[in-house]
Design a binder for this molecule. Structure first.
Ligand code: SF4
Length: 759
């Protein structure tokens, strides 16, 4: 019955395994979507809600950051977007009675799936010091408690202000403004754990940490390389764009250790032809060895350099720096070792090269499969080298395309959510608001966890998200969180982070993106920035889940007034009443947002400027696009070990578990599974269906164990295994991060598989 959460908690995983599928979406996706939506919202609300999703006068999907097409379909969403919205618009409620019945110790035993299925939070809840359960508290009292703890700190730098990528531009701008007026740059965000490596590499090489292609460019490309990404689950509407690009003559190279149904065939539910037959997407599947992507692009670059006339010398001469040094390094690359690092054959490399040389407009798309390794930044620089060689930046149908996984994660960074803000941004903030913002760099996610572990940070405040489940080294992270004086979560639904608390804890329930936001100045809308730098409005349309909810901007403004007091000259009250006044300030502080309110009045939104794309101007240290001559790196594997990548199931979005199935991979009713190549399993003596413990090995000698995983013989690349997070985040050492970006290296964890002691 709609609105009724599952009573029993299926902690005990009982995965059933069948053959992986070879096509994504189609009729099953429609059926799955409607069944799941009806369970959460009932029939009428399902129709009301989904027909407003991603529409010009509707609300933006709180799922991934895939852009909206100019022409919106009646059903302009994918299965996973519908899941995200249904969980937010659910009729299920988590009331004070729920907390009275469930002490924190009980909540801590519950699976993330069960917690998330309980529904929407309705009241501010407080866990007093020494208490065993949350109790309802007034907003005023809640802000008092936060103010007490913040004011008791020896330094503002003992506070952490975390942001998840769902936070709107207006809330993010106000949040960073509050944190900086309070006196700290401790603004860790979920981008630290996902595309930070992309930002670091692109800022250095092309001068801006964002993708250079718009949706239309995908339709104009004649070669699209999709590397380290599983769009079928994580950015499903991208499949429609790839289908359209193919129809326009594009060819697709997929680079992934795992064959994924979505990149094999897409059954587009928007057309009868699509639904029945579908479209094959991938022309060449390169089943790369985990962490072998830099080596692959290095070999392609080496061959391009060795091919007469293949280099766009006019572009290279006019727009780039460092070509000679890079070319020398590429020419010197050792074939055998570099090829081994890829796990591919020479024939496959040659086939890819032929497609590259036949292309005049190439785009490379990527996601976590490239960003969560020790050598991710050099890998993405090598991708840029690959595109620069043939002038594939700054012209239609060509460019870099990091695909963001959270609906406004790029927007949050643009609004100043960054622990290492640019001096120019702080100068603009100081000029606009008349206070001296802190200039010292703050903590990113990994450093924030260390700071809590080492008692250097005592107050943790999260704007959305599920920090403890998203973070690496689960036992270390949870122990660190429990050392805090106060943990505060601005949330829509229950999650594990609410059960791993500081001495005191608060849960502050907020409006969802689907919900009407009425403030003193009337009905408000917020804005988001998608993965391609398009900014548009999002208007909530549903009645709020509870009369006790506050919007994210209202929470920040009231907290700021309570904490900063009369001393602050920032018009927090005005900002709370009318978000247009916030946008006026954003227009004066953030480049590209001039005339913000006027520009966002256009239902299609507007594109932010991107100098490399728009003018082939590269605002780097050299004033040119920079080639990089980095040594090729790849993970080394001791005998009898496997390289594990942590990943999402199809019934999952980041740490939100919508269900226990991963139907494209043939997994049902269970999450504690490890996908292992049959040859590797045979050599390790692991029968399909047997149970194993995963033990990661790291130089600190600490044994990190994830117990009781069902072995699934799966066509992964040799030496490479895969399992879901957050269950396997316990295996990722806190200090195992990417060089430069400090992103957790969750995609290449060295593990041994031991006979399970629990099953
Ligand atoms: S592709 Fe992403 S943004 Fe679009 S509906 Fe699906 S989850 Fe939402």
């Amino acid at each position: 019955m709609a609105g009724k959460p599952p009573q029993s908690d299926p902690v005990q995983d009982a995965p059933q395994v069948s053959e992986p599928q070879h096509a994504a979406a189609g009729l099953p996706a429609i059926g799955h979507t409607l069944r799941m939506a009806q369970r959460q919202m009932g029939v009428k609300r399902t129709a009301l809600t989904l027909l407003r999703l991603n529409q010009k006068d509707g609300f933006d999907c709180p799922g991934c950051a895939w852009p909206e097409p100019e022409h919106r379909h009646t059903a302009e969403f994918c299965e996973n977007g519908a899941k995200a919205v249904a969980e937010e618009a659910t009729l299920r409620r988590v009331t004070p009675d729920f907390f009275a019945a469930h002490p924190v110790a009980d909540l801590a035993t519950r699976s993330g799936y069960w917690l998330g299925q309980q529904g929407r939070l309705t009241h501010p809840m407080y866990l007093a010091e020494g208490a065993d359960r949350y109790e309802a508290v007034s907003w005023e009292r809640a802000f008092d408690i936060v103010a007490e703890e913040l004011k008791a700190l020896a330094s503002p730098d003992e506070a952490l202000f975390y942001t998840s990528g769902r936070t709107s531009n207006e809330a993010a701008f106000l949040y960073q403004l509050f944190a900086r007026e309070f006196g700290t740059n401790n603004l860790p965000d979920c981008s630290n754990m996902c595309h930070e490596s992309s930002g670091s590499a692109l800022n250095e090489t092309i001068g801006i940490g964002k993708g250079s292609v718009l949706l239309e460019d995908l339709y104009k490309a004649d070669l699209i390389v999709v590397a380290g990404q599983n769009p079928g689950t994580n950015h499903p509407r991208m499949l429609s764009a790839l289908e359209k690009a193919k129809a326009g003559g594009a060819r697709i190279i997929t680079v992934n250790p795992l064959p994924e149904a979505g990149m094999e065939r897409f059954k587009n539910p928007q057309t009868a032809q699509g639904m029945l037959k579908g479209a094959a997407l991938t022309d060449l599947f390169l089943q790369i060895r985990i962490g072998g992507d830099q080596a692959l692009f290095r070999l392609l670059n080496k061959l391009i350099l060795e091919t007469e006339g293949a280099v766009d010398t006019a572009f290279v001469d006019e727009h780039t720096h460092g070509y000679e040094e890079f070319a020398e390094a590429a020419r010197a690359a050792d074939w055998d070792e570099t090829l081994t690092a890829t796990g591919l054959t020479r024939a496959q490399i040659d086939e890819a090269l032929a497609m590259v040389l036949a292309s005049e407009r190439t785009i490379v798309c990527w996601a976590m499969g490239l960003t969560q390794h020790k050598h991710s930044v050099p890998t993405i620089r090598e991708v840029v080298n690959f595109l620069l060689l043939r002038g594939n930046i700054g012209r239609p149908g060509a460019g870099v395309c990091p695909v963001r996984g959270h609906s406004n994660v790029q927007g949050d960074r643009t609004m100043g959510i960054f622990e290492r803000p640019a001096p120019a941004f702080l100068d603009a903030l100081e000029k606009e608001f008349g206070f001296a913002p802190p200039r010292g760099h703050g903590y990113d996610v990994v450093r924030a966890i260390r700071a809590m572990r080492d008692d250097k940070a005592k107050v943790f405040f999260a704007m959305g998200g599920n920090f403890v489940s998203a973070s690496p080294d689960t036992e270390v992270t949870e122990a660190a969180m429990r050392r805090a004086r106060l943990t505060v979560h601005v949330s829509t639904k229950l999650n594990r982070s609410h059960a791993v608390t500081g001495a005191r804890a608060l849960i502050l329930p907020t409006l969802g993106r689907t919900e009407r936001d009425l403030q003193g100045g009337g009905e408000q809308f917020v804005t988001v920035e998608d993965s391609m730098g398009m900014v548009h409005a999002s208007r909530g349309r549903l009645e709020p889940a509870s009369e006790h909810l506050l919007s994210e901007p209202a929470i920040v403004c009231r907290l700021a007034r309570r904490v900063l007091g009369e001393g602050s000259r920032t018009p927090w009250e005005e900002f709370e009443k009318d978000y247009a006044t916030v946008r006026d300030r954003i227009a004066r502080v953030v480049p590209g947002f001039d005339d913000f309110n006027a520009k966002v009045a256009d239902p299609a939104g507007f594109a932010l400027p991107h100098a490399p794309r728009d003018e082939r101007r590269f605002p780097t240290a050299t004033g040119k696009a920079n080639f990089t001559a980095a040594p090729v790196e790849y993970p080394k594997l001791p005998e009898g070990r496997l390289l594990l990548q942590t990943l999402r199931s199809h019934d999952q979005y980041n740490t939100t578990i919508y269900g226990l199935d991963d139907r494209y991979r043939g997994i049902r009713n269970g999450r504690r599974v490890v996908l292992v190549n049959p040859e590797d399993a045979r050599e390790l003596g692991l029968a399909d269906g047997s149970y194993t413990d995963l033990v990661s090995e790291w130089k600190d000698g600490v044994e990190r164990r994830a117990a009781g995983f069902r072995v699934v013989h799966y066509p992964t690349a040799r030496g490479c295994a895969a399992a879901y997070y957050p269950e396997t985040n316990v295996l990722v050492p806190l200090d195992a991060t990417a060089d430069t970006s400090n992103t957790p290296a969750s995609k290449s964890v060295v593990v041994r598989l031991e006979q399970s002691v629990t099953n």
